[in-house]
Design a protein around this ligand. Structure first.
Ligand SMILES: [Zn+2]
Length: 352
């Protein structure tokens, strides 16, 4: 739900150079990786051997050009597998019921526990100024507690759909990219709605695609300005820049009325700090419960079977429409959409 329409914020005056993406981008280029590594920042070698076909990633030190379209494969999305093996229960009747779960893999970033609530003063323990035992009605200074986000958006990472029940939330990371149009075509064919986690620089480079996403009724998620990794290693100021300026770029690309409801940390590298920054800006941290690791191009059949085996009602599926050649993802989606419909799933958005 577009529960928040954060007021426009000025862009950060300081453009952080993308030093942190250097390692990921260079390695990604060398591996022809479109997507990023895991929450730990480690890139996963992919089975594909088509390394020569990978376009070079832009230099990490190159300035952000408003007209520069990042080459596909640059911003890579790290995808720590969220799925614990025990959570990958097959949907009854699925052809993949005999497939093993895809785990164990890197655990997802833990959710941030709820902000501590101030403890009300207890009688007799309120301090030396308390007039007497059992009387604490006078105002006792409370220790400063982290204020809840004024936006009312929870800081915890959501990994389930808004409606629950037999619903699924499809999410697409690292776009908009060359495959986004095909993904949109397929979603329209099956009357499916999805959530797109956009990279700010690419949104700025492809505003028409962003507008098409919005016009089709899909929803938007902030996936940082330029996908630096490891995202958890960013300073607070860098994280603010990555989150706030990406949202600004996405809204600008989408046009008036564009709302961004979530933030997904590159690589799933959520921290207490970046979750709070997101929530303070009206963005619910968005994780996932199903990770077929499509970014590593494991093969269409592997992507399909991973989703079929991991998905449970209310699940959030992580897929990629950007960050490199997404042909396998598109082909898998072409199979998964009718399968989901046949399984009785309704398409939903993540909880917000
Ligand atoms: Zn990503």
């Amino acid at each position: 739900m577009p529960e928040h329409t954060a007021p426009p914020r000025p862009s950060s005056p300081a453009r952080h150079r993308r030093r942190l993406v250097a390692g990921c981008a260079a390695l990604a280029a060398s591996l022809a990786l479109a997507a990023c590594g895991t929450a730990s920042g480690a890139l996963q070698p992919q089975p594909s051997t088509t390394t020569a076909a990978s376009p070079p990633a832009p230099s990490a030190s190159s300035p952000v050009s408003p007209s520069g379209t990042p080459s596909p494969g640059t911003p890579s999305s790290g995808t720590p597998s969220s799925g614990s093996p025990s959570s990958a229960a097959p949907v009854p009747g699925t052809p993949s019921a005999t497939l093993p779960p895809t785990g164990p893999t890197t655990p997802s970033a833990p959710s941030t526990p709820p902000a501590p609530k101030p403890t009300p003063p207890k009688p007799g323990t309120a301090g030396p100024s308390t007039p007497g035992p059992g009387k604490s009605t006078t105002a006792t200074p409370r220790p400063p507690a982290p204020p809840a986000p004024s936006t009312g958006v929870p800081t915890s990472v959501v990994r389930s759909t808004a409606s629950g029940g037999r619903t699924v939330a499809l999410t697409f990371d690292d776009g908009p990219g060359p495959a986004t149009g095909q993904v949109l075509d397929l979603l329209a064919q099956y009357h499916a709605k999805a959530t797109f986690c956009l990279v700010g620089k690419q949104a700025a480079a492809g505003p028409a695609t962003v507008r098409r996403i919005v016009a089709a009724g899909h929803r938007l998620c902030d996936h940082s300005v330029d996908h630096p990794q490891p995202f958890a290693a960013l300073s607070h100021e860098q994280a603010v820049h990555q989150i706030v300026d990406a949202e600004t770029a996405i809204v600008r690309a989408g046009g008036p009325g564009t709302a961004v409801g979530w933030f997904r940390a590159p690589g799933g590298a959520f921290t207490e700090d970046n979750q709070r920054i997101a929530a303070d800006n009206g963005l619910r941290p968005l994780g996932w419960s199903v990770d077929p690791r499509d970014w590593s191009r494991p093969g269409t059949a592997a992507i399909v079977s991973a989703v079929q085996s991991q998905l449970k009602p209310g699940g959030v599926v992580l897929l990629h429409d950007g960050g490199g050649d997404r042909g396998q993802t598109v082909a898998a989606l072409r199979q998964l959409l009718p399968w989901l419909a046949a399984q009785g799933y309704r398409f939903d958005f993540p909880a917000s």
